[in-house]
Design a protein around this ligand. Sequence first.
Ligand SMILES: Cc1cc2nc3c(=O)[nH]c(=O)nc-3n(C[C@H](O)[C@H](O)[C@H](O)COP(=O)(O)O)c2cc1C
Length: 133
Amino acid sequence: MFELAYFSNVSENTKRFVDKLGVTHHRIPVKASDTPLMMSDPYVLIVPTYGGGDDATSVPKQVIRFLNQQQNRDLIRGVIAAGNTNFGDKYCRAGEIVAMKCQVPLIHRFELLGTPYDVEVVHNKMETLWNQH
Ligand SMILES: Cc1cc2nc3c(=O)[nH]c(=O)nc-3n(C[C@H](O)[C@H](O)[C@H](O)COP(=O)(O)O)c2cc1C
């Protein structure tokens, strides 16, 4: 199974979702002064959307910094996005942007902490992706 790299801000909604998955995971640091995360195996990225509907700031800057590392960009195999449906057509926009820029599939979108259904879907989709590689 692929490992996970994820970002979660101080509100930690995404962290709480990741904790329910039971998959090996690595957190992208919140503070620029923390040691950067470098992945060494293929992984799926989980990214919450920020920016309040503005494409330019939808992907958290910490995630942009992480993906600016060539090694991390080479190893990404898929993306899962988090968001809040209050943002309408910008719901989970960060996932669409990362999928397009990194040329990987957007395998799922979930709201806030996710539901047991989201956990099941993510497991199934990650397994399908794994079997395709
Ligand atoms: C300032 C701000 C901007 C946000 N912008 C969006 C947005 O454009 N689209 C979206 O779907 N969710 C948006 N959200 C919702 C977050 O993606 C959601 O709360 C997510 O669960 C945060 O994850 P985290 O607590 O792990 O950082 C925004 C939240 C905040 C606080």
